[in-house]
Design a protein around this ligand. Structure first.
Ligand SMILES: Nc1ncnc2c1ncn2[C@@H]1O[C@H](COP(=O)(O)OP(=O)(O)O)[C@@H](O)[C@H]1O
Ligand SMILES: [Mg+2]
Length: 325
């Protein structure tokens, strides 16, 4: 088997400031195979974006990053050597929750879709870059692409802007495409359309993908594997099918119980379940199992660090409970 595109082991991120150090990520492992799509799921504040931002070298200056292994496509130590920064925009492209973070309000979409290709295709004529941009824009479902190329970001709706950003990411022809909550800012109908675009893209490109979302439903639609994060740690990981149908960690089960079926008719009589309690403050994480204070199956032994258990050849979870179901 060829080496994974991304191999991160024991990733730790700590923010140092005036207060106590905030350990945001604790021993996170992440492996993304070539052409594979991996989802990172967990509640808000669990550290998903921190993993994504670390991969593109976009963490704040006061972040201290360490890992036992940090490899990307044959480059080792991508954090220590600042390789992560140089990969951004060529080998790695990122789609954010808010498309405006990726778009410049001062330039037309066409100009931005042309400029994004320059690093990848130096020397190619503007005319040819423009033609490719127009084709990709039409491909992600922007109607009237030739005309829209001459328009500014503010002339697009939120859903159309996110399509433009997806086109931009595709034009980079990255080895890894990171999408951080790509549909969270969109309303449900538009979200379903953007998911379709991402799904189609998944089938068409050879790029690997890292999809960050608080929604297991979105991950299930787009990914092969899923990594479940809670309070800066990985609590469960494995093939999407297995984790979805046979979740082993109480946190994964709770997350799934909270999930609404995005395609089911909305039933206002049904309350959305929530997980009692909140994600702990990173500066005040409980010792032992970080989920224990909110876990309905907690036990005294949960005061100690839970063991990592295999539930299948590629399915693992960290819990004291060995439950089979
Ligand atoms: N620059 C920073 N300094 C200190 N803490 C930060 C900084 N950036 C993010 N955090 C903290 O890191 C934690 C994880 O955040 P994040 O990775 O954005 O989570 P998620 O994407 O899962 O919602 C949060 O508690 C957040 O407050
Ligand atoms: Mg986030």
């Amino acid at each position: 088997m060829s080496e994974a595109l991304v191999a991160i082991e024991n990733l730790n991120v700590t923010y140092r400031g005036s207060g106590p150090p905030a350990h945001i990520l604790n021993s996170v492992d992440l492996s993304i195979g070539r052409g594979q799509a991996v989802g990172l799921v967990g509640e808000s504040g669990s550290g998903k974006s921190t993993v994504a931002f670390a991969l593109v070298g976009l963490l704040a200056n006061n972040a201290e990053v360490s890992a036992s292994r940090a490899a990307f496509d044959g480059h080792e130590n991508i954090f220590a050597t600042k390789t992560a920064e140089t990969l951004r925009g060529t080998d790695v492209a990122m789609i954010f929750q808010d498309p405006m973070t990726a778009l410049n309000p001062m330039f037309t979409i066409g100009t931005q879709l042309v400029d994004i290709q320059r690093r990848r295709r130096p020397g190619e004529s503007r005319k040819s870059l423009w033609a490719r941009a127009e084709a990709v824009l039409a491909d992600v479902g922007v109607p009237d692409a030739p005309k829209r190329m001459h328009r500014y970001p503010h002339e697009f709706s939120g859903g159309m802007r996110q399509r433009v950003v997806i086109a931009m990411a595709l034009l980079v022809e990255p080895k890894l495409l990171i999408a951080d909550e790509p549909t969270t800012a969109l309303d449900a109908t538009i979200e379903a359309q953007v998911v379709e675009v991402l799904k189609r893209l998944r089938q068409k490109t050879a790029s690997s993908m890292l999809v960050v979302s608080h929604s297991m439903g979105l991950i299930a639609e787009l990914c092969d594997n899923v990594v479940v994060m809670y309070a800066g740690t990985v609590v469960e990981s494995g093939p999407v099918e297995e984790v979805l149908h046979r979740p082993r960690h109480p946190y994964t089960r709770a997350l799934l119980a909270c999930e609404i079926d995005p395609y089911a008719a909305f039933d206002p009589s049904q309350d959305l379940a929530t997980i009692a309690g909140t994600v702990p403050d990173p500066a005040r994480r409980p010792a032992g199992c970080v989920f224990a204070p909110r876990c309905s199956s907690r036990h005294e032994r949960c005061n100690g660090t839970p063991p990592r258990r295999q539930a299948g050849s590629r399915h693992a979870f960290s819990c004291w409970q060995e439950a089979t179901r």
